[in-house]
Design a protein around this ligand. Structure first.
Ligand SMILES: Cc1cc2nc3c(=O)[nH]c(=O)nc-3n(C[C@H](O)[C@H](O)[C@H](O)COP(=O)(O)OP(=O)(O)OC[C@H]3O[C@@H](n4cnc5c(N)ncnc54)[C@H](O)[C@@H]3O)c2cc1C
Length: 623
């Protein structure tokens, strides 16, 4: 008799929590939905609510008002708010990305536990397991693949767990004899980038590896592998993990580090979020800050295809000679309209050094009438400690404005020549009562409330930078740019990083292709805000499908020279072919084994996550 028939026969789901776990093992074939008789009773939910200190709640769906009263003031305010990542993150029933054509649309869970600590998480995990519920875990809510939302589910929501403690000399539990004390920070599972940067960098004077985007959740970032703007120097976020407190599917609160549950620890370092347990706390290594971080921004338009191809060739060679080291991260962008953008960040270079580095390239551009500079070239550095300091930017902003077409305004602040920036680069959360450090990079606004049409990534191996391969690479980049815009994220490939950063990343579950890649190329397209059924904001399925084809053609041009290297799990195609190999390469069999050990019944299932092959796409039916 299967489990549902058994429950029907006894006529009550209320007995389930009392059943010994071994009786349930291996019996889950499909999970319970609210319409099923086995859905927990009101009194069972009430009991869970009491256990978690009154922090269980029914989840609403803020977008509903756009369907029911699209012309109301509340609807207009909501449309503004969906472009504010802090508003989005504050909603249990929303995710930063609203969906993906032919893939998923965000949907709220039935109930959520706004967890305060590991005990709340453990209660929710046990409740879901014992009642055979679909379980979802959400931190910053930035999954592109929709892995932190699931309809008809119970959600563990860690948003409120963002306490941060700094340590001068941290030793993971049980590692006293094997590991030296080192500087570290312990972060609640709901900590987002800016909270870590504020506490550790602005206030603490150390560096912590978060993401480039300030509202990305650290737990999701680290479990995905995770890259920040300066990962070419510090390595991946996963590699900086020293210890995690994690609730596994059996409801146990476990410590995972190099000495205790080392297999689970390794899996949490890049094995993908939401697959091995619900993390309640993370302790990460902190690093020394350099004196300066810097920025280089400009945009060049080429007069013809031929001139564009030559520009790309020149840049590839220039990159190899001058930028292929741990000082330089972030992006070069290529577009079908023959424009080329640089939006790069430097680590440890003062305001003059980057100018010297870039001068030969800019001279080369200026020598030819085939190229015109579309944005003023802005090169400069700021004190590293203020890089994520919203108040500092606000205070000094008027002094660093550079008129778009004017002469540079050199401003001296703190005796430092500031970056000459042509437009405001930070946005502020203007909701009443919002924290003063609720800021985000303007460049990330487009991704807030968007509906994805296409999105793919691919690691480009270092070997393509060898002299004999540079022309092939440049030509492939040119060919790729005929189909779609693309971005080279230099900080998301570790070739060129210090040996210790590479060694630390080697000891994570991330696809080893990252170690020898000089960049991750990302191409995508989207619209937004958009959501099915909202008048005036319907996702365009036709445009989405043709964008997906363009982006696929774009990446295929690069695959010709790179081979099937792999993709970064957190920034990849929902429809990734051979995702196990693509995301984890030779690490996948070990990850699958660890999954079987800690979650044999598949309680933690996410789209294209380890072990998800055994489940239907919605995570409700065992295949
Ligand atoms: C605008 C934007 C910018 C980005 N920029 C970068 C970047 O610069 N560098 C980079 O590397 N990546 C970047 N990403 C990708 C991002 O790192 C991943 O999507 C990451 O997983 C997001 O984590 P989250 O907590 O915000 O998201 P969520 O959607 O909440 O979670 C992501 C996954 O992790 C799981 N998870 C979350 N919390 C926990 C927990 N406590 N325990 C167990 N599982 C958990 C979820 O179940 C889900 O599967 C970006 C994404 C967006 C949308």
């Amino acid at each position: 008799m299967n489990r549902r028939a058994f429950l029907k026969a006894i006529g009550s789901a209320a007995l389930v929590p009392m059943m010994p776990r071994r009786l349930l093992a291996g019996t889950t074939s499909s999970r319970v939905r609210p319409s099923d008789a086995a859905w927990p009773s009101k009194s069972a939910w009430k009991q869970l609510d009491e256990t978690v200190g009154g922090n269980l709640f029914a989840v609403d769906f803020p977008l509903s008002i756009l369907k029911t009263s699209p012309d109301s003031d509340a609807a207009k305010l909501l449309l503004k708010n969906v472009k504010n990542p802090y508003y989005m993150g504050d909603q249990a029933g929303l995710t930063e990305t609203l969906g993906w054509v032919d893939a998923w649309s965000t949907q709220p869970s039935v109930y959520a536990v706004a967890a305060r600590n590991a005990q709340d998480i453990a209660a929710a995990v046990s409740f879901a397991r014992e009642n055979n519920l679909r379980l979802a875990v959400k931190g910053g809510g930035h999954s592109y693949q929709g892995t932190s939302n699931a309809p008809d589910s119970l959600l563990i929501w860690t948003r409120r767990m963002h306490d941060i403690t700094m340590h001068d000399a941290f030793v993971p539990q049980g590692c006293d004899r094997t590991l030296k004390p080192q500087p570290a920070a312990t972060l609640g599972a709901g900590t987002i980038g800016i909270q870590a940067y504020d506490a550790v960098i602005t206030k603490g004077g150390k560096y912590v590896q978060g993401g480039g985007c300030l509202t990305v959740g650290l737990a999701g970032l680290i479990q995905g592998g995770g890259f920040g703007s300066f990962s070419k120097h510090y390595g991946t976020a996963a590699a900086s993990l020293l210890e995690a407190e994690v609730v596994t599917a059996d409801g146990q609160i476990r410590i995972a580090n190099a000495c205790t549950n080392p297999d689970l620890f390794w899996a949490l370092k890049g094995g993908g979020g939401g697959s091995f347990g619900a993390v309640s706390r993370l302790t990460v290594r902190t690093h020394d800050l350099p004196e300066y971080f810097g920025t280089v921004n400009f945009k060049i338009a080429a007069a013809s295809d031929d001139a564009y191809r030559r520009l790309i060739r020149q840049f590839v060679s220039f990159y190899r000679e001058n930028l292929f080291n741990d000082h330089w991260g972030e992006q070069a962008r290529l577009r079908p309209d023959n424009t080329f953008e640089i939006a790069m960040l430097s680590h440890g270079l003062d305001a003059e050094q980057p100018k010297k580095v870039w001068q030969p390239f800019l001279d080369w551009v200026k020598r030819s009438s085939d190229y015109s500079v579309k944005w003023p070239v802005t090169i400069g550095s700021i004190p590293a400690r203020h890089f994520w300091d919203g108040a500092w930017w606000k205070e000094h902003w008027p002094e660093v404005v550079l008129p778009r077409n004017g002469n540079p305004v050199h401003a001296l602040v703190d005796d430092v020549l500031l970056a000459l920036i042509s437009q405001p680069i930070l946005e502020y959360d203007n909701r009443p009562g919002a924290g003063s450090n609720n800021v985000w990079w303007k460049g990330n606004t487009g991704e807030c409330g968007w509906y994805i049409w296409a999105y793919e990534s691919l690691w480009l191996p270092e070997s393509l930078l060898e002299k004999s391969s540079q022309e092939r690479l440049a030509d492939a980049l040119f060919a790729a740019s005929r189909h779609s815009g693309l971005e080279l994220h230099f900080n998301k490939g570790l070739a060129g990083a210090p040996p210790e950063a590479i060694a630390a990343a080697r000891d994570t579950a991330t696809n080893p292709a990252v170690l020898s890649a000089f960049a991750l190329v990302i191409a995508g397209d989207s619209q937004g805000p958009a959501y099915p059924g909202i008048p005036g904001h319907e996702p365009s399925v036709d445009q989405g499908r043709s964008a997906a084809q363009r982006v696929a053609r774009c990446l295929n041009e690069l695959r010709v020279v790179s081979g099937e290297t792999g993709a970064y799990v957190s920034e990849s195609n929902y429809f990734e072919k051979g995702w196990q190999q693509s995301y984890w390469g030779s690490n996948y069999p070990r990850l699958a084994e660890i999954k079987r050990k800690y979650d044999p019944e598949g309680l933690f299932i996410v789209h294209n996550g380890v072990g998800s092959e055994q489940w239907s796409r919605d995570g409700f039916t065992r295949l």
